[in-house]
Design a protein around this ligand. Structure first.
Ligand code: CTP
Length: 397
C-alpha cells in the first residue's frame, strides 16, 4: 500500500550484496512504485544495468555524463518520495559523509534534502572500523535512516559481527515505515498476540490447533510500518519475525495470559489475534505416557480466557477476533464484543474458502463498538491487517 504510485530511487553501490538489490527492485516495482535504479560503476561490474531495466521497466542510470540527462542528479534528488541505497558500501558511506559528488549516485545524494534509507553491506571489520562508524553516525545526524547490517554469513565466510546486508523484506518494511509514518501511530505502543498455544499431555504430546500465526504477524508488521513500537506475543509458529518487531515467545495459554496482562499496561492498542488452546489436560504427566492398547481417556479443563480477564488501562484500544462457523456469526461476534468489552472484533468464518487458519488470505468483517460493520472482500492477510488498523486509527489518542 505504501508504495503504490510512489517514486523511489534505488541507489546501488558495488558490493556482492547487489544480487539482493535485484529482488528489492522487483518487490518495489510489484508493490506499485516507479523505481529508478542508479548504479555506481562498481555496482555495474556486479550486475549489468539491463537486469535492473528488465525488473523495473525503466531506464537505469549509471553516469553523470549521459547525453540529454545533464541534470538528472538534481531531478532524481528532488522528485522521489524516497531514496534507498542498498547496498551502501563502506566507500559509498565515506563519500556521502564527505559530501563528495564524483558520480551520479553521490551527486544526487548531496543534492537530496528528503528521506534517504541506507542498507550498509561490507566486511565485518570494515563496518567495525572507527572511520565507517563515524561516517554512518554523521549521515544519521543529517537525517539518513539505516536498516542493518545484520550478523550472519558474509561472502568471505561465517561472521559473528554485523556486516551482512539486511534481507529485501526488512529493507522494504523499513522503507514502508519511512513512507507511511503517520501522526496517530508515532511512538504508540502496540501489543499483538499471534499463533496457537500448546498444552502438554506429557513431554512429547500436546493439545493445540492449526493456527499459523499469519494474521497476527501481519498486524504486527503493519503497525510497525505505520511508526508504532510493536511487541508480538507469539505462540509456537514457524513464521519469520517481522522486521523491527520485538518478540515475546510463549507456549501455553497461561503463559500468553501472563505476558498479555504484563504488556497491556503500557499499550495504546492491544490486538488479540492468537488462537489460544481453550482446553488443557487436568493432569499432565511429567513422564512420557507409555502407549497403551485399548485407547486413552484424557480429562481436560478450560484454560484462562485471556481477553475476558484482561485488565487494561482506559486509554488502551482492544481488538478481539471471533472465529465462527456457519450462520449467525455476526450476532455471536457482536455478543462477544459486548461481553469482553472490546472496541472492535474481527469476525471470520473458518469454513469460508480462503479464510481462516492455514491460508495467506482472509475474508473478515470488522465490527466496531460504534459504527456499521465493515465487510471486506477476500484479501491478503497483510491487506486485511491494514484495513483493521485503518478502522481503529481514529480511536488512538
Ligand atoms: N481468546 C482468549 N482466550 C482464550 C481463547 C480465546 O482471549 N482462552 C480470544 C481470541 O484470541 C479471540 C477471542 O477471544 O480474540 C474470541 O475467540 P473465539 O475462539 O472466537 O471465542 P471464545 O471466546 O473462545 O468463545 P467460543 O469458543 O465459545 O466461540
Amino acid at each position: 500500500m505504501a508504495f503504490a504510485g510512489r517514486h523511489v530511487v534505488l541507489g546501488v553501490s558495488g558490493g556482492i550484496a547487489c544480487y539482493k538489490s535485484c529482488t528489492l527492485a522487483r518487490r518495489l516495482t510489484e508493490a506499485g512504485a516507479a523505481v529508478d535504479v542508479v548504479l555506481t560503476h562498481a555496482a555495474a561490474e556486479f550486475v549489468r544495468p539491463v537486469t535492473f531495466e528488465a525488473l523495473t521497466g525503466r531506464p537505469v542510470l549509471t553516469s553523470l555524463w549521459e547525453r540529454d540527462r545533464a541534470l538528472a542528479h538534481i531531478g532524481l534528488a528532488r522528485e522521489p518520495d524516497l531514496v534507498i541505497v542498498a547496498p551502501a558500501t563502506a566507500h559509498l558511506l565515506a563519500r556521502a559523509a564527505m559530501g563528495l559528488a564524483d558520480d551520479l549516485l553521490t551527486a544526487l545524494l548531496l543534492a537530496r534534502s528528503g528521506a534517504v534509507l541506507a542498507a550498509p553491506a561490507m566486511n565485518d571489520a570494515m563496518y567495525a572500523h572507527p572511520a565507517t562508524r563515524a561516517n554512518a553516525r554523521a549521515l544519521a545526524e543529517r537525517g539518513w535512516s539505516f536498516v542493518g547490517p545484520e550478523t550472519g554469513p558474509l561472502a568471505e565466510g561465517p561472521s559473528e559481527r554485523p556486516g551482512r546486508m539486511s534481507e529485501p523484506e526488512a529493507i522494504l518494511t523499513a522503507a514502508e515505515r519511512l513512507l507511511l509514518q503517520r501522526a496517530p501511530w508515532q511512538g504508540k505502543s502496540v501489543v499483538v498476540t499471534a499463533g496457537p498455544t500448546r498444552e502438554h499431555l506429557d513431554p512429547v504430546r500436546v493439545v493445540t490447533n492449526p493456527s499459523s500465526g499469519r494474521m497476527g504477524y501481519a498486524l504486527a508488521e503493519a503497525a510497525y510500518a505505520r511508526g508504532a513500537d510493536v511487541v508480538l506475543i507469539s505462540g509456537p509458529s514457524d513464521l519469520a519475525l517481522p522486521f523491527g518487531v520485538t518478540a515475546h515467545r510463549v507456549e501455553t495459554t497461561a503463559e500468553m495470559q501472563r505476558a498479555a496482562q504484563a504488556l497491556v499496561t503500557r499499550a495504546d492498542l492491544f490486538v488479540m489475534a492468537a488462537a489460544p488452546a481453550d482446553y488443557r489436560p487436568t493432569q499432565p504427566s511429567a513422564a512420557k505416557r507409555p502407549r497403551a492398547d485399548g485407547g486413552l481417556t484424557i480429562e481436560l479443563e478450560a484454560t484462562p480466557d485471556i481477553l475476558g480477564s484482561l485488565k487494561r488501562p482506559k486509554k488502551c484500544v482492544v481488538i478481539g477476533f471471533a472465529l465462527e462457523v456457519g450462520g449467525n456469526g455476526l450476532a455471536r461476534a457482536q455478543a462477544k464484543l459486548r461481553e469482553k468489552d472490546l472496541d472492535a472484533i474481527i469476525l471470520n468464518d473458518a469454513h469460508e474458502p480462503g479464510a481462516g487458519f492455514e491460508v495467506t488470505t482472509n475474508r473478515v468483517t470488522i465490527i466496531r463498538r460504534n459504527g456499521e460493520p465493515i465487510e471486506l472482500p477476500l484479501l491478503a492477510k497483510r491487506d486485511v491487517a491494514d484495513k483493521i488498523l485503518d478502522a481503529v486509527e481514529q480511536s488512538l489518542t
